[in-house]
Design a protein around this ligand. Structure first.
Ligand code: HSE
Length: 423
């Protein structure tokens, strides 16, 4: 309830529209959405139809609610909002485009599709005048996108960093604290519905990168292509790395980060040793965390479940609720910040482990700090260019973990003009 200027009470709730939803996908998140919607009496929305792929699956709802024909939803004039929760990013993009073209708002949690097409999706929203909301795509239940858009509207953001993937945090927690094997922890993360159907997207850092790409647009107003952002995963972490972490009272976390220095935005995903005093140390299991560094509010930490049926379903429901009062992202930073460009020209401090046969030497480091050999492996610690680190991460048997509180230093950029390259 609020007061008009003449003190007449207004019931804001009556302004909310009642929405009819067409849902695509009835997997982990789709079922989670169905449940949280069912359990939330105040929400002015109902699922009219659900489009699914597999005809022979038994489902807990009446068959009449389901269709196998996408057009039935996409052309139904009665449906206001298409909620896209399928696994296939290419098919999801087709659904989103058709829905917008047909005058429907869209809610999606498909981070891969969003990261690959965000600029186009932004333009399609302008073209068709219908919103696409996707809070559930980044860090599950943590309301980070709407906060970046609204709360940090005018604040000068220096950076965001955090744990953007629930499965890898769950795996690292189990392996580290309970000495569960990596394979068993991954299997459990799959059983619990945290992992992607292709879990290499989780463990190789792609999923965290897709989320980072989306967050970068809402933090700095820059569109970045996922292939330009470096992701180093947790799949090469060895028993010796875990022992080193335990001996030094570190945890290992897969950290996604993006920050702005002058007119350059840097961002990447990599595992890192984390000291016990670090705010991300205590973020365990499938929990995610986002630390926002702003000029005036300084550091703020958001923590919440980053994966799972109900946590992600609740973020999707929050988007549906926002559509009942016609909320849309304004992409405010896009209009506020200019002349920013994305760069990987960064020197980072890392622990690099590799087999004796791998050709990495002290001279490859910009600044070599220490090194030793153990159990047939070499370890080197030092400062090295991020692009070189990325190339090493693709070599067989090489493991990379950033140093605790690793220094991250921008390198001088090569300046290009149309004709000449000036160094
Ligand atoms: N596989 C994802 C994760 C699901 O583990 O974080 C939530 O986006």
């Amino acid at each position: 309830m609020s007061l008009e200027k003449n003190n007449t009470p207004i019931n804001n709730h009556t302004k909310h529209r009642h929405l009819k939803l067409g849902l695509f996908g009835f997997g982990c998140v789709g079922q989670g959405l169905y449940h949280v919607l069912d359990e939330t009496p105040g929400i002015k929305a109902e699922i009219k139809r659900i489009c699914v792929k597999h005809r022979n699956k038994t489902r807990p709802l009446p068959a009449s609610l389901f269709t196998f024909n996408a057009t039935e939803i996409l052309t139904d004039p009665d449906i206001d909002v298409v909620v896209e929760l399928i696994d296939d990013a290419d098919a999801a993009f087709e659904i989103v485009k058709t829905a917008l073209r047909n005058g429907k708002a869209v809610v999606t949690a498909n981070k891969k599709m969003l990261a690959e097409h965000l600029e186009e999706i932004y333009q399609l929203q302008q073209q068709y005048g219908k919103p696409v909301l996707y809070e559930g795509s980044v860090c599950g239940s943590i309301p980070i996108l709407r906060n970046l858009e609204e709360y940090y509207d005018n604040d000068l953001l220096a950076g965001i960093e955090g744990i953007f993937n629930g499965s890898t945090n769950y795996i690292l927690t189990k392996v580290f604290e309970e000495k569960t094997s990596y394979a068993d922890a991954l299997k459990k993360a799959q059983e619990l519905g945290f992992a992607e159907s292709d879990p290499s997207l989780d463990v190789q850092g792609f999923d965290a990168k897709f989320k980072l790409v989306i967050a970068i647009t809402h933090t700095f107003g820059v569109f970045v292509k996922p292939e330009d952002v470096i992701n180093i995963g947790i799949d090469r972490i060895s028993d010796l790395d875990l022992k080193f972490a335990r001996d030094n009272r570190y945890a290992i976390k897969l950290i996604a980060r993006a920050f702005k220095i002058e007119n350059r935005v840097f961002g990447f995903v990599a595992p890192q040793f984390v000291e016990s005093a670090h705010p991300l140390y205590a973020v365990r299991n499938e929990y995610n965390a986002v630390q926002v560094q702003s000029a005036f509010a300084e550091q703020q930490l958001f923590v919440g479940k980053g994966a799972g049926s109900y946590p992600t379903g609740s973020a999707v429901l929050s988007d549906i609720s926002a559509l009942t009062y016609d909320y849309q992202y304004e992409y405010k930073k896009l209009h506020q910040l200019h002349d920013l460009s994305f760069s990987n020209r960064l020197t980072v401090e890392a622990f690099v482990s590799f087999d004796q046969s791998t050709k990495i030497s002290i001279s490859d480091f910009e600044q070599f700090e220490s090194g030793y050999a153990s159990h047939g492996k070499q370890y080197m610690v030092g400062k090295v260019g991020l692009e070189k680190l990325n190339a090493w991460s693709k070599l067989e048997g090489v493991g990379i973990i950033l140093a605790p509180n690793a220094t991250l230093v921008p390198q001088t950029e090569t300046v290009k003009t149309k004709q000449t390259i000036l160094v």
